[in-house]
Design a protein around this ligand. Structure first.
Ligand code: ADP
Ligand code: MG
Length: 734
């Protein structure tokens, strides 16, 4: 019996199975079935509007056929001239055997192949073809290279990604053979759901996608496959949530009179209503034996850190520990500094002059000196540090806690599910988890990427925030550029501070060189290889010479600096000693210097929408209005439109949507970029909101009734496959 695990080599013969395996890694029937067509051709191409490289299908008549010896090598070659009545085309075969007899003048056939130009004539080389006969019985005509017969009920030609050494028609033929031999395939979508949602079954969908009659059929099949993708994804999430619901942990119910109360007493501001509300939700959930699993979203500057810190203090009051995980060393350092500052003597537990109820806040990063690291490890392990702040280093083996009660993950989108799990597994029991994100998440992403978590949103900004104005500065207009630096000079001399962010680090000695690229998100088509992106050191050198910035103290910050240098640079800027900080995107997330009012982004087209929004969020955090200047030399339409869009709105939701449009969805899902099937094939996080919501309802309902999926073996298998892919992708990323 032939099923999806059957080897293609058992069914197709080596001439086809070989190239499929070697060229595209397709080994089994299941692999081939998921080798989705890229597009479809209607049966006939128009010979009068051909384009080089295009795959065409034409019905044409053989006008002449000549065989002659080849000049350069042995053997003969067949050239057939075909015509559709007005346009002519050459068809060549370097192995004429079999074709000479078939393609005689007057004979009609359907030809399919990639168009080339040779001797200024259109040419098809070794195309697939099917002879058409006046007397009907024409099925394949015994020809080796023939494609689907015209008499077939199927009306569209699927076009596949190129497989080296295999003709598109041969691929289509392989699929026909596979589908002919396959009796049935298991369907992960239960029949009841299929009926209710009006979806065809899986077998039908596979046939329709690979052997389609018309576009309506293709559309219906794609809808079904899209739904399946969403449904399986949501089933994974439902199961994860189901599993989390069964976990047990220590309920953390602080008594009064502890750190939290002391901290609240000295807060220099009123909590916003949202901060208070979320705080209550967190307290309630952490007070239960079921581990909290919550996502907190809130605009840049909405005050998430205070919310998290209060939750951390609450668990410390119960004798537990909290870990705060940050995406960069700079941010970890800043969190550590600002938490220590906010806590004052409450952060000096066990030290002379420290508060009696106080605890300690440890910092753990990958590049800190051995002694400091050892100390932090010890404090974490003994429990002397109630709060441990760190980067990925916290995930490593050998980092232990005495009683890890709460894990806070700041600025989530750089941490995958697996990394969260790794940290969760550090506690003897599952700790409570709070994930924070600044970029508002479109609903669809919230439902898919974070679909196993509950969400809270901080909608208001604390009172007294200042507006931010954004302008795009054309870098090829010297007057504008000069005005930019003058404006920066004015602000700094007035006692404020400015950031200048560049895409590259460059080289300290020469003021440039070095080609390390600091920006991470390159929107597709946004990269111009020929151009040298501005570097931190080159810009710093130029600004030092600029009369507009006389007397301005300039600092430098980037990821290649040693940890202490980074710390020191950030501390100098935070204290106001440095007026202008030239840096890479290390300041992108979370850096909080309320006195900074200007953000200049050099070569702004190099950055993604979210990144720019994040960078902009670094200013306007204090009493003074913020100014964001996006400098660019690009005249590429898309890039310019993106920057204009960022300049036009500070609405994070609108920008998140724009960002989603521009990013590959695989990236959003955190999956590998190339190859592998863990990417979405059919589903669009942008377009399919309703469908995802429906699939989510259905999947959660199915899992709710049958959490072991005993009655849904096909779904269980699909879920296992999906999870396996995610894990493989994770391992590969390291
Ligand atoms: P984000 O949500 O971007 O992480 P932060 O937590 O960094 O925002 O907060 C931004 C700034 O706002 C910090 O300086 C913080 O101390 C301050 N802040 C937080 N909550 C309030 C509040 N309720 N009132 C005034 N300022 C606040
Ligand atoms: Mg923050």
């Amino acid at each position: 019996v032939v099923d999806e695990s059957t080897r293609l080599s058992a069914l197709l013969g080596a001439r086809s199975a070989g190239p499929l395996a070697k060229g595209r890694g397709l080994h089994t029937v299941g692999d081939l079935l998921q080798f989705w067509p890229r597009r479809y051709h209607t049966r006939e191409s128009d010979l009068s509007s051909l384009a080089k490289g295009e795959f065409v299908v034409v019905v044409a008549e053989v006008k002449s056929a000549t065989t002659r010896p080849m000049r350069a090598r042995r053997g003969r070659m067949l050239t057939v001239v075909i015509t559709d009545g007005s346009v002519e085309m050459d068809v060549t075969f370097f192995k004429p055997y079999g074709h000479e007899e078939a393609l005689v003048p007057g004979r009609r056939a359907v030809f399919g192949g990639q168009v080339d130009v040779y001797n200024r004539r259109w040419q098809l080389t070794h195309p697939g073809y099917t002879l058409l006969d006046e007397d009907e019985d024409d099925d394949g005509a015994g020809d080796a290279g023939s494609g689907p017969a015209d008499g077939d009920r199927r009306g569209l030609i699927p076009v596949y990604l190129r497989v080296p050494r295999l003709h598109n028609w041969t691929i289509a033929e392989c699929l026909r053979i596979v589908l002919d031999h396959l009796d049935d395939v298991p369907d992960p979508i239960p029949e009841e759901v299929r009926r209710r949602r009006g979806l065809m079954d899986r077998m039908e969908a596979l046939r329709a996608v690979h052997l389609p009659r018309d576009f309506a059929e293709v559309d219906a099949a794609k809808r079904r496959l899209r739904y399946e993708e969403a449904f399986v994804l949501q089933a994974v999430l439902a199961l994860r949530r189901e599993e989390a619901a069964r976990e047990r942990t220590t309920a953390r119910r602080p008594r009064g009179g502890g750190l939290l109360e002391a901290f609240d007493g000295r807060l220099p501001f009123e909590l916003t209503a949202g901060q208070r509300e979320v705080g209550e939700v967190l307290a309630r959930e952490m007070g239960q034996e079921r581990p909290m699993h919550r996502l907190l979203q809130g605009e840049v500057g909405s005050g998430k850190t205070v919310v998290a810190l209060r939750a951390m203090l609450a668990v410390v009051d119960t004798g537990g520990q909290a870990a705060l995980l940050a995406p960069t060393e700079v941010l970890a350092g800043q969190h550590h500094r600002s938490i220590c500052a906010m806590l004052g003597d409450l952060a000096q537990g066990g030290m002379l002059g420290g508060s009696e109820i106080g605890t300690r806040v440890a910092l753990l990063t990958g590049s800190q000196p051995a002694a400091a690291r050892k100390r932090a490890l010890l404090d974490a392990a003994t429990g002397d540090a109630g709060i441990v702040v760190g980067t990925h280093a916290l995930l490593q083996e050998g980092v232990g806690f005495r009683d890890l009660a709460l894990v806070v993950v700041d600025e989530q989108h750089r941490f995958g599910v697996e990394q969260r799990d790794a940290l969760r597994s550090k506690g003897a029991q599952s700790p409570h988890v709070l994930v924070m994100t600044a970029t508002p998440i479109p609903r669809t992403v919230a439902m898919t990427v974070f679909g196993d978590m509950e969400t809270s949103t901080l909608r208001e900004l604390p009172a007294g925030r200042s507006p931010i104005t954004t302008h795009v500065v054309p870098a090829d207009r010297p007057g504008w550029v000069q005005r930019t630096w003058e404006r920066v000079g004015e602000e700094v001399r007035a006692g404020r501070q400015a950031y200048v962010v560049c895409p590259r680090i460059g080289d300290e000695a020469s003021g440039d060189g070095g080609d390390e690229v600091a920006g991470q998100e390159v929107p597709e088509g946004g990269e111009d290889e020929a151009r040298e992106w501005a570097s931190v050191y080159a810009v710093e050198a130029a600004l030092r010479e600029d009369p507009a910035l006389r007397e301005v103290s300039i600092g430098v910050l980037h990821g290649r600096l040693a940890a202490e240098e980074k710390e020191a640079a950030m501390a100098r800027f935070a204290s106001g000693e440095t007026g202008l900080l030239v840096s890479t995107t290390v300041v992108e997330v979370g850096v909080d210097v309320p006195n900074a009012t200007v953000m200049v982004v050099v070569d702004a087209e190099r950055f993604g929408v979210s990144q720019l929004h994040q960078l902009r969020g670094r200013v306007g955090r204090g009493r003074h209005p913020g100014l964001c200047l996006l400098m660019t030399a690009t005249d590429a339409e898309g890039a310019r439109a993106r920057l204009d869009a960022v300049a036009a709105t500070t609405d994070g939701f609108a920008l998140a949507r724009l960002d989603l449009e521009q990013r590959r969805e695989g990236d959003v899902l955190g999956a590998r970029q190339s190859g592998g099937r863990s990417q979405l094939s059919f589903l669009s996080l942008l377009r399919d909101e309703d469908l995802i919501r429906h699939a989510r309802e259905d999947a959660f309902a199915v899992v709710g009734v049958d959490p072991a999926l005993g009655g849904h073996p096909a779904l269980a298998a699909a879920v296992a496959e999906r999870v396996g892919e995610e894990q493989a992708a994770f391992l590969e990323r390291g």
